[in-house]
Design a protein around this ligand. Sequence first.
Ligand code: URP
Ligand code: ZN
Ligand code: ZN
Length: 462
Amino acid sequence: MTRTLITGGLVVTAAEETRADVLIEDGRIAALALPGSQQWTADRVFDAGGKYVIPGGVDAHTHMELPFGGTRASDTFETGTRAAAWGGTTTVVDFAVQSRGGSLRAGLDAWHAKAEGNCAVDYAFHMIVSDVNDATLREMPGLLAEGVSSFKLFMAYPGVFYSDDGQILRAMQQAGDTGALIMMHAENGPAIDVLVEQALARGETDPRYHGEVRRALLEAEATHRAVQLSRVAGSPLYVVHVSAREALAELAAARDQGLPVFGETCPQYLFLSTDNLAEPGFEGAKYVCSTPLRPRDHQAALWRGLRTDDLQVVSTDHCPFCFKGQKELGLGDFSKIPNGLPGVENRMDLLHQAVVDGHLTRRRWIELACAAPARMFGLYPRKGTLAPGSDADVVIYDPHATQVISAATHHMNVDYSAYEGRTVTGRVETVLSRGEVLVDRGEYLGRPGHGAFLRRATCQYL
Ligand code: URP
Ligand code: ZN
Ligand code: ZN
């Protein structure tokens, strides 16, 4: 039996902050106690004096190797989960994809094959349903029994992932009956496609037009419609990557009525804006994602929503495409720029910066980045907290160190950083996953295949 001891740190969970020693036995948290109060012996001791001891991050929205926009996201499960570990994230929930005309089973098997034996950290899957029909609806309970308890639908991307309102209603009814959670990409895709065509006809081809045609009102309209459909179906709803304050207002209104409606935003919507999409030349392509970045004045509403619990989770929607050769597919036509941003390595640090900047408390940081995503997706308290019996996914975090985010030093397999040159206060020092040391003071000690597939329970917010 391996015993690890972490001494003298400030243990921060979503529920409390206490100075404590943490004892780890056989990959799990065995006990916490007042510093020095126990005569614990251990094979390995980490001195966390002056540091925070926090649960490993849970990133509930990543897309490793996603085939999209005529190319494929540049991080594999191996490179992307290694970068996650470097950034203090020890669990990712990625999206398996049903191909059009294919089964959910085939899609899930394909994603298992990509991930198995390759991950540095533990992983789970949501399922993207791109073809809602009788057969796929019948498959949903089987996936739920295998620990895939959430299903993403798209109101955007006609001809690719899009579902119409009837398909959405049917999938929601099935989710309501079985306890699954529907995740929604809420943008009015058919209306956006009209605006894209009109913009291109006017010669508006630069990346910044991506932000203009994907109007905030079309995110809000789709969010409103998704809420109403979920009410009719009697199912809960989780809206992914919320970026527009008008869409957040729809969620807040639904929650004020007591509806089981939840929302996620991402660091890019909190720290970046349409100013980035308008960077000169083709630079703006680095910031093309959907929902799109919004004008900077939307950020205050998102921060408020995170504080008031109108938004429950911050995930990355990590979906990296290299600038050279991938984003460049959209030179001369913004609609051909593959949609997605890198970020799995940066989330814990950017949210700590939000603590430093006064947007969030320390405990809310841990709630949004660890505990809430674990509860939302049926992984709590195994993941997302530090309690006896929880997996020993632990980060020793130095809140005083500063670092400059850069593609030159990051570990994601992508040739740019969306946060290039930004100085943040706080840095991951040591990362443990089920008691194994993955990162320690700038050294990588993890390995592909350490990460295990997690069978998830249903949403624990209901
Ligand atoms: O731009 C994005 N968000 N790319 C990933 C796919 C999605 O819609 O989440
Ligand atoms: Zn989406
Ligand atoms: Zn996504």
